[in-house]
Design a protein around this ligand. Sequence first.
Ligand code: ARG
Length: 571
Amino acid sequence: MDCEALVTRWLAKAFNTVLPGCNGGKVVPSKDSRFGDWQCNDAMGLAKRAGKNPREVAQAVIDACPLPELIEKAEVAGPGFINITLSKRAIAASVEALSQDEHLGIPQSGKNEKVVIDYSSPNVAKPMHIGHIRSTVIGNAIDRILRALGYTVIADNHLGDWGTQFGILIMGYRHFLTDDERANLTVELLEKVYVQSYNKTKESEEWLDTCRQELVKLQAGDEENLAIWKRFIEISLKEFGRIYGRLDVSFDLYRGESYYQPMLGPTVDLLKEKGLATQSEGAWIVDMKEEGLEVAIVRKRDGGFNYTTTDIATVRSRTEEFDPARIIYVTDERQQLHFRQFFRICDKLGFCTKTQLQHVWFGLMRLPDATFSTRQGNVIKLETLLDEAAARARAIVDESHPDWSEAEKAALAEAIGIGAIKYADLSHDPTTMIVFTWERALALDGNSGPYLQYANARLNSLLAKYRDQVGKDPMNNAIALTSDTEKALALWLLQYPNAVQRAGDLCKPSVLADYLYQLCQLYSTFYQSSPVLKEGTEPEVRDSRIRLCAAVSTVLRAGLKLLGIPTPERL
Ligand code: ARG
């Protein structure tokens, strides 16, 4: 039983009777519950187009077909809104069905369409810093949401594992590390010697020259340099893997830039063949000034290729291998021009006839206070941020569960800390800049990760208590809506599939985060006014209410999972 589908079908048929061929019937939740549960706003626009009176059209629509049983009342309001009040029985049955459905009502609109998502994609030999958190967290949430919508997702970590920095890095590795450090290599050490070696290129022509030669040797496949480079990657992946593990993020592919190296020459050849690349001062460029885009260099004067060339080759490789309907790139806003440029080039090359390219960009995350500044400068390592989140959450856990074991306390603190950071990111529209504060991220009573985790844990314990005391599985009960707060909560539950669909369509996990926050608020209003297990509650009322709680719990847990937020059993 899907109320929305039934109401939409009734409306569509009625609209079609009144204005044949028109496409009306969409419903949205009512702005004001006094006027109904849902409203349809289509009569206004459609009537205008047909030169008719909107209110008359709206009334004719209502009168066109018999009211389906699930609608208690339908009436015209204002300039031509159709306000619909659903029967409580229909809403209850819909909630029961939704919470038992394997997809929780989420339309499988992806139809197994293939989507590649390129996200996180840090550069090797550098620590992941807080700039990478949004790509990783937002990208992963989009990944999960699209899978839930029935897309076949290929998550690809396009590591920055190739580039001119490796000559400088190899020299730093050879000359500024002790044997011991080389044996116990870390990304931090690599970063340190990179800076040392880089600084030396500024002082010494000779050093700079040797760095260049080492790079050329690497690119030509020199065995020793290749082995060192592989070690950089191995060490970096180990460190990134630790962070991905903590963030519960995983990829289907780890194809770094190096994977596409053999394809770069042929890519530039293709551009030349199609007359898209021209020579300018010794370099090969694609001139798109006429289209208002800047010139893109695809082969440098020294013969080297760059970021744009690699990305073009990547699209070609991905389309040939996977034939995806779409490739989504998740990076910060500063790369917008780059993506516009190479998308346009791919378009000209005919790579985009079957594959849509989409750049999902996000604003930067800023830290307002000095809490994060390290002695080395103001680049905060992601791992440091995660550690601090867990440490701060630990203080909360220590206070609430002094009797728990060390392992239990550590695990819970980690879940709260990671949840707080992820949610602080995901609850904002990706295109906005966020100013991160610990107070807001860890607040137990605001729009925060811990607040949602707390609601989830409380629901768990309420359900457990019911099973214990009453000895029944709440999911087997029926819902009978009696109060307005119950009804409001039930109606909101029915919006879950729409929220997931919209979050996926817009590539904005924040839509789902907003939905879940609102769900918790409605739940809390309901819970305060509607005793469930309190003594004196009628058994039928109790059984119905706990069933509603079970539905909230199911949806909340699933929704948090789609955002990648951990859901500890107890808090
Ligand atoms: N490695 C790049 C960076 O850290 C991000 C790569 C994004 N993906 C891509 N295909 N360009 O800035």
